[in-house]
Write a protein that binds this ligand. Structure first.
Ligand SMILES: [Zn+2]
Length: 425
């Protein structure tokens, strides 16, 4: 009896621990005004230290480095600030550094008041291939106690870097600026059933590009978007694998594209991404708060596109998904009691995903409070009846697991939607 009690107590503690460790999700989103606000543009140039032969630079798209001081021959302190305030704790940074000769330097990353270090440093020698900094070369100061959120973060960090004539790139995540995203879109549009075109322009005149995958006269449509928030690269990478699976040469994907056409806006906020912003567009607004007001060109372009397609085809969007990144993997879904064009598609799908990945238990947070529409998911569901969700991936989710979830998720979705469309007259 005693033994059983001990066992039960241990189980209870383990369970409590498990719950504490699981990300509980963000509090409900409140509607906010989305009229444009000023943003502070970053000074661009080189921070050069000729005596040591060391140069730092933020002269590339996606860079973020706002200030720098030399502490001694081999130590530098960097300041990273946001485009405006108030702002989410998602302090993006990216810079290049090189030296006339090989040397070891210490670089402190510090942030504007009330902000902390979030993104684990990644290094590259070509801006394309990235590896995480060796943890032995990384020191955190003033780390919070919490498991997730700003309370889990250190105040500042020190990186020990090897620099030399070969430029070293340092960034919070893999650098996926608009040039890189466009190159991916161009490569996938080599397929004869994929086209790339522009549905609008950002405030700074960058194209808002759309991929159309399948027959653009089809009445059965799905909508995919990502990167409303610039630093959310893991969400973008997941979207990429998801879209690659939907446009692959498998029997399933070919069959799916006969029934459904897929529309994708992979880079919702090209200005924010290329300016190295933490969260907003160049109107100073969180785009994922503008899906009721449509004050910003990026959100309006998608609205006009989707409503235009419904008008043109007299068809429907059956599914809408918006990829993001946060503290840990989570799915923000619509309350399954609420029915759109393919009732319970999302819950059936996440169930299918769970079955396909051994030991995987998706963290799902449904929400039934959808008006005003404010966020993309609510707009997709309320305006179009598209079964919709926000697919959030952790900042540190291993990249091969992102890919697995995306590929298996896309396969499960195609199977379920092909089955369900048979019942729709
Ligand atoms: Zn986001």
């Amino acid at each position: 009896m005693k033994k059983i009690f001990v066992l039960l107590s241990l189980l209870a503690i383990a369970n409590l621990f498990g719950q504490e460790q699981r990300f509980q999700g963000q509090p409900p989103v409140n509607a906010v005004p989305t009229d444009s606000k000023p943003v502070q543009k970053q000074w661009k140039g080189q921070f050069a230290f000729p005596d040591q032969g060391i140069t730092f630079s933020n002269e590339f798209d996606g860079a973020r480095l706002n200030g720098l001081v030399q502490n001694n021959d081999s130590t530098y302190t960097l300041l990273i600030t946001s485009e405006n305030t108030p702002i989410n704790t998602s302090p993006w940074y990216a810079f290049k550094v090189w030296g006339k000769r090989p040397m070891t330097i210490d670089v402190w990353l510090t942030y504007q008041a009330d902000n902390k270090h979030r993104y684990y440093p990644k290094l590259s020698h070509d801006g394309v291939h990235w590896t995480a900094l060796d943890s032995l070369r990384y020191v955190e100061i003033g780390k919070g106690e919490k498991a997730f959120g700003p309370g889990s973060l250190p105040e500042k960090v020190k990186m020990r870097l090897e620099v030399g004539p070969d430029t070293l790139w340092v960034a919070g995540q893999e650098l996926e600026n608009s040039a890189r995203v466009n190159a991916w879109m161009d490569s996938i549009s080599q397929k004869k059933f994929v086209t790339k075109n522009t549905i609008g322009k950002s405030r700074e005149g960058r194209n808002l590009n759309l991929l159309s995958i399948g027959d653009t006269d089809s009445k059965n449509m799905i909508m995919i978007i990502s990167r409303q928030h610039p630093p959310e690269v893991t969400g973008y990478l997941t979207m990429k694998s998801f879209v690659e699976t939907l446009s692959s040469n498998t029997k399933l994907a070919k069959k799916f594209r006969k029934e459904f056409t897929i529309y994708v806006v992979p880079l919702m906020n090209p200005d924010g991404v290329d300016n190295g912003f933490w969260r907003h567009n160049t109107g100073g607004i969180d785009l994922n708060r503008d899906w009721a007001n449509f004050n910003q060109p990026e959100t309006s372009a998608v609205k006009d596109f989707m409503e235009g397609m419904v008008e043109k085809t007299q068809g429907k969007f059956y599914f809408g998904i918006d990829f993001h990144s946060t503290w840990d993997d989570i799915y923000y879904t619509v309350d399954p009691e609420l029915h759109g064009n393919m009732p319970n598609l999302v819950s059936t799908w996440l169930d299918g995903l769970k079955k396909r990945i051994e030991g995987y238990d998706p963290n799902i947070k449904p929400n039934g409070d959808l008006v005003p529409t404010t966020v993309s998911r609510n707009y997709f569901f309320v305006k179009h009846g598209a079964e919709a969700l926000v697919f959030e991936v952790g900042d540190n989710t291993p990249r091969d697991f992102l890919k697995e979830k995306a590929e298996k998720g896309a396969e499960a979705l195609m199977e379920i939607m092909l089955e369900r469309i048979k019942d729709i007259p």
